[in-house]
Each structure stands twice: as structure tokens, then as C-alpha cells.
Design a binder for this molecule. Structure first.
Ligand SMILES: NC(=O)c1ccc[n+]([C@@H]2O[C@H](COP(=O)([O-])OP(=O)(O)OC[C@H]3O[C@@H](n4cnc5c(N)ncnc54)[C@H](OP(=O)(O)O)[C@@H]3O)[C@@H](O)[C@H]2O)c1
Length: 355
């Protein structure tokens, strides 16, 4: 199948730069437009590059950023847009693109809770992609929007999926230790975060609860049906560059032992692995036995093959005591919880013939 022409929106941002890297030389998509606000128009990607773990790739670094305009993208033949726009501007821009016939894969929260828009995580709810057929009928030219989840709920939902399906857990408590890159660039003031922890991230706890129900729920008879899972979150920003660490607590009358839990997590595979999607991690949940892991500094980039670096959820310190299961979970916020999530969603849509 021919590659689809693609655009990156917000290409000067934390998520946009990840998109540029992950979509470089991609087997399904050919990026023809790197867009941002008027402030970045005319700059090269190399001028805005701030990913500490990656250099720009020769050729990619020379790409010139253009302003974001639907008409220009249509003229350039763009069929797919990857959005790393802030939520306060993403709503109307993404909607315009979808109305113009473009398939939009978005990181922004703006459209997540709409009744025909999926919060897609292909290992968890690949069947939710069917909801875009409802959108295609509603919109004039067959475009649609697929969102991915908030970065703190993405890794958590992936870790919960096999446990919820197998053991029926519903009451989940979680305390997060969230990285600075989760706040975009320039993010949190250095004076606020140096030597400090901020025990509040605006709207984050509410999003984890609401999005978790939709993600782990079903798509039945043309509508989303919420999962009974309740996620009660306490979210904190910590002085870490990349990777959200989360402490998870599950109380239930029948908790199996830690070995059984670990076996269930390790053996989990789903549709992206069966379809061998290019950015799908071969093992979506990696369980570590070392007593001091996972750590953001050492484990955020877990996932193989190379294209799936940072796409795996890492779980460790699994303990079961007095009817309570506890573990730590780590997920890369701008890869699995950001650009990589959208790229995997688009790969599923491509492979399934939705785009
Ligand atoms: N960071 C994460 O871990 C993470 C994870 C999941 C989801 N998200 C979501 O992903 C989105 C992007 O986050 P980020 O962290 O990448 O933010 P960011 O670093 O602040 O980047 C924002 C990007 O949007 C562009 N932009 C801003 N206003 C615009 C406008 N009016 N028109 C066109 N472009 C505009 C910016 O361009 P200029 O540079 O030209 O201003 C920049 O390229 C947000 O919705 C965020 O909530 C972030």
C-alpha cells in the first residue's frame, strides 16, 4: 500500500519533536509538512530541537516549520495529521482538518470525551476504532479525529488491562510522580520545582478517572459504555526529565499471589503485537524483579524493536499483603503517553484500512 502524506501540528513542541523523530522514514507515513504557530514559521527543526536523548537526524534537522493552515495542508495533499497542539487551541483546528477530510491523530484533550471519538490504546481497545465510522458519516468529507489518552493514564491503563480482564478488579488507587516534560516547554518554573515536589497538576486526577472508564470500557451498538473501574489518583510533579512513575494500590477480596500477577502481566499480548505494527513493543508490559526498579532514569525507554523504544510499560515491586496488591509502574510520557501513542493509533488505522 502507498504511504500516506502526513503533517505534524505543533512540531516545535515536546510532542511534535517526538512525532518528527518517530515518523522519520516511517513505512506507512511520509511527513510533508511540519507546522507550528506563526512564532516558529520559517525556523528549522534543528533551531527548536530540545529532546535531550536524541540528536536531530541529518535531513530532518533542515526541515522548515510552516504556519498551521488547513487550506495549505489540503493543497499539499495531506491525508493524515499528527497533532501535538495545546488543548486550548487544538479543538477548532483539529475539527477543521477533520471536516476537510483529514484523519487527525491527536494528543490534546479537546475531543477525548466526545461520544463518537475514541481514546484509543490499541492493546486495550482496538475495537473502539469503529467509532470513527460514525464520525465519517457526520462530517462532510470523511475525515475524523482519534485521540490518545492523558499521559498519566496511558501507562496505567495498559498495566491494568490484563489484571482487570482476568481478576475483575475495579477499585484502583494511584499516586503519580510525573516528569517535567509532561508540562510541555518551557513547563514549570525552575524555582518552583528545584529541590521540590508539586502535589497538584491541574485537572490531572479528574482526567485519570474519567478517561480510564472510557478507555477500559466497550464500544457497543454505536456507543461507548463505561468500564466499572474507578481510578482514584493523587498526582504530583517531580524533578525528573522524562517518564511518569506511579505507585498503584488495588484492594480486592480475592487477590492472587504476586507470582500469578507477574505471570499475567508478562504474558500479555494484544492486536498491535499480532499485526506486528511498526511501533508496537514486542512485549507491551515488562516486569522487573530487581527490588529498586523501575526508575525513570534507567527504564523509561523500555521497548523493542528500536521503533518501539519507550513504548512499553514497566512494572516492578509487585507485592501482595493483607488483601492489597501494590506495585510501581513506569511509562514514557512523551512517547507511549504522547507521540508514540498517536503513531501506534495511526498504524492500526492504516493496517485496518480505516485510512
Ligand atoms: N508533554 C507530554 O508529556 C504530553 C503527553 C500527552 C499529551 N500531551 C498533550 O500534547 C499537546 C502538546 O504538548 P507539548 O508538551 O508538546 O506542548 P508544547 O511543548 O508547549 O508544544 C506546543 C506546540 O503547539 C504549537 N502551538 C501553540 N499554539 C499554537 C497555535 N495557535 N497554532 C498552531 N500551533 C500552535 C507550538 O508552536 P510554537 O512553538 O510556535 O509556539 C508548539 O509547537 C498538549 O495538548 C498536551 O496536553 C502532552
Amino acid at each position: 500500500m502507498a504511504k500516506k502524506k502526513a503533517a505534524i501540528l505543533g512540531s516545535s513542541g515536546m510532542i511534535g519533536q517526538r512525532f518528527a523523530h518517530m515518523l522519520n522514514d516511517h513505512p506507512y507515513f511520509d511527513v510533508v509538512a511540519y507546522c507550528a504557530s506563526d512564532r516558529s514559521e520559517g525556523k528549522k527543526l534543528a533551531d527548536v530541537w530540545r529532546l535531550s536523548d536524541l540528536d536531530t537526524i541529518p535531513g530532518l534537522s533542515e526541515e522548515v516549520i510552516q504556519a498551521t493552515a488547513t487550506s495549505a495542508l489540503i493543497k499539499e495533499g495531506v491525508e493524515v495529521a499528527f497533532s501535538g497542539l495545546p488543548s486550548d487551541v487544538a479543538g477548532p483546528i483539529e475539527n477543521d482538518l477533520a471536516e476537510a477530510g483529514i484523519a487527525v491523530f491527536s494528543n490534546a484533550a479537546s475531543h477525548r470525551m466526545e461520544p463518537d471519538t475514541p481514546i484509543l490504546i490499541p492493546e486495550i481497545n482496538a475495537e473502539h476504532l469503529a467509532s470513527v465510522e460514525v464520525q465519517k458519516r457526520r462530517r462532510k468529507k470523511g475525515g475524523f479525529i482519534v485521540t490518545n489518552a492523558n499521559c498519566s493514564v496511558t501507562g496505567l491503563a495498559l498495566g491494568l488491562k490484563p489484571l482487570v480482564d482476568k481478576f475483575g478488579f475495579t477499585e484502583i488507587d494511584v499516586a503519580t510522580y510525573q516528569a517535567l516534560s509532561g508540562a510541555g516547554y518551557p513547563g514549570v518554573s525552575s524555582l518552583d520545582i528545584t529541590g521540590n515536589v508539586l502535589p497538584w497538576i491541574k485537572n490531572e486526577e479528574e482526567k485519570m478517572g474519567l478517561e480510564g472508564k472510557k478507555i477500559l470500557g466497550a464500544w457497543k451498538n454505536g456507543r461507548f459504555v463505561d468500564s466499572p473501574v474507578n481510578i482514584m489518583a493523587s498526582c504530583a510533579r517531580v524533578h525528573v526529565r522524562d517518564g511518569h512513575l506511579e505507585a498503584v494500590f488495588i484492594r480486592d477480596r480475592a487477590i492472587p499471589d504476586a507470582k500469578t500477577i507477574a505471570k499475567e502481566l508478562r504474558s500479555f499480548r494484544a492486536k498491535p503485537q499480532k499485526l506486528k505494527l511498526p511501533s508496537a513493543p514486542e512485549q507491551p508490559i515488562i516486569v522487573m524483579d530487581e527490588p529498586n526498579r523501575p526508575q525513570p532514569l534507567l527504564d523509561s525507554y523500555a521497548g523493542t524493536p528500536d521503533r518501539a523504544r519507550g513504548m512499553a510499560t514497566v512494572i516492578g515491586r509487585i507485592r501482595v499483603t493483607e488483601g492489597c496488591l501494590r506495585f510501581y509502574l513506569l511509562s514514557h510520557n512523551t512517547i507511549r503517553g504522547g507521540a508514540g501513542g498517536s503513531v501506534l493509533n495511526a498504524e492500526l488505522a492504516f493496517k485496518e484500512g480505516v485510512i
